[in-house]
Design a protein around this ligand. Structure first.
Ligand SMILES: *Cc1c(COP(=O)(O)O)cnc(C)c1O
Length: 401
């Protein structure tokens, strides 16, 4: 595998093969090209990198450990390791790119960050980073999600963010992105748009990817220290794809490492029952970029569903579409029930309650272990499950609890 996979993609126009790009209006394009230039400069700037490294270490708690899950490994006949992104401040990998984006905004002289959120995870991480760096923060959130995710809405407010209710269309994530883009267009002189995953128009996928790559850099080194080798298999869940690309980037050029992205199969393979866009999607455009996209027969964007709301997006990061096309990464699916089982299983065997998103990766690691004995498996545990406990007990309570 050659280095181009990490270092020279995307093209100047933001394309990974035929995916990505900038399908946006001319005035937005002009502004986004400016952001690209500033980002490319700042990512090489020593002061910027020193300040970010300081925050990642002393505020987030990085490096997060790689942990050998002895009990789970013994039970399923493989060596299973977890990259503990659940141990970050705010409980998931999202803080990595939120701190990067907020610092970028500050260095660009902006006073505000504007972001969308679905379940509220990106909103909380963004509100955290913004308040830390003294920036205003506007979070656009669908009214349906606001009703569903009250604890996260409360957290954002405590952190000082303005939560703006979006009442168009299905009143969920897709409309929140549309409205946040609209607001940004009016405020771009004083604000920076801070997207929640490696999606949207160029340069956002590369910005988020850059700030998540720390996960893969750390993991590669830590895994080698523990095992004197690389993993046989690397596994991460894929919503938009930011936690997955972060850890994958540490290993894409290691030909012996099999890499798996795990998508949510939800309640089944029919349109509307899942959010597995890399598995069931067709080429299409969402939020200013071309990607594999869940679509109805008439080409309209289909609703996405997963028990894990952080995976519930009808599109996918353009780099994942490309990694699928060149067959460097295999994309697999795990359904709601398998994810719930893995949520309980990891809790009971290792004393780690995973986020439902991350439980998809755990479920696939267990499946893989049953079929491939004595392999070394590294799983990105993208977040902790505190946020999901109430929901799981209400809807999927086990008889012995
Ligand atoms: C948001 C989220 C995800 C999904 O987003 P990606 O961009 O695909 O990483 C996965 N895990 C957790 C814990 C999340 O909060």
């Amino acid at each position: 595998m050659n280095k181009t996979l990490i270092n020279t993609l995307p093209t100047k126009e933001g394309f990974f093969g035929s995916y990505g790009g900038q399908y946006i209006t001319a005035d937005l394009k002009e502004e986004f090209d400016k952001i690209t230039d500033e980002f490319l400069k700042l990512k090489e700037d020593k002061n910027f990198n020193d300040e970010l490294s300081y925050l990642l270490k002393h505020y987030c708690g990085r490096p997060t450990p790689v942990y050998f899950a002895k009990n789970l490994s013994k039970k399923y006949g493989c060596e299973i390791y977890f990259k503990r992104e659940d141990l970050n401040h705010t409980g998931a990998h999202k803080i990595n790119h939120c701190l990067g984006e907020a610092l970028l905004a500050k260095k660009m002289g902006k006073q505000k960050v504007i972001a969308e959120t679905g379940a509220g995870q990106h909103g909380v991480a963004m509100a955290t980073a913004a308040t830390l760096l003294g920036l205003e923060c506007d979070i656009y959130m669908g009214e349906v999600d606001i009703q569903k995710e009250k604890p996260n809405v409360d957290k954002m407010k405590i952190l000082g963010a303005n939560v703006i209710s979006v009442k168009s269309g299905s009143m969920t994530l897709k409309e929140a992105v549309d409205e946040a883009f609209g607001a940004y267009l009016k405020e771009y002189k004083t604000a920076l748009y801070a997207i929640g995953s490696i999606v949207g128009p160029h340069p956002f996928p590369v910005i988020v990817e850059h700030f998540q790559t720390i996960v893969g850099i750390e993991a590669k080194k830590q895994f080698f220290e523990l095992t004197n080798s690389t993993p046989d298999a690397l596994i991460a869940c894929v919503g938009g794809g930011s936690n997955a690309i972060g850890i994958f980037n540490g290993f894409l050029n290691e030909e012996n490492v099999k890499i798996f992205g795990v998508e949510p199969l939800g309640k089944g393979s029919k349109i509307g029952q899942n959010a597995a866009s890399l598995t069931y999607g067709k080429e299409g455009i969402i939020h200013g970029a071309k990607c594999l996209l869940l679509q109805n027969d008439d080409g309209t964007i289909a609703p996405a569903y997963s028990v894990a709301s952080g995976l519930d997006y009808p599109g996918s990061g353009p780099k994942h579409c490309y990694l699928k096309e060149i067959k460097r990464v295999e994309y697999k699916t795990v359904d709601d029930i398998e994810a719930i089982d893995a949520f309980y299983e990891l809790s009971k065997t290792e004393g780690i309650i995973p986020a439902l998103e991350s439980a998809h990766a755990v479920a696939f690691a267990i499946k893989y272990s049953k079929e491939n004995k004595n392999k070394k498996i590294l799983v990105n545990l993208s977040g902790r499950g505190d946020k999901d406990v109430e929901f799981v007990l209400k809807n999927y309570k086990k008889a012995d609890i």
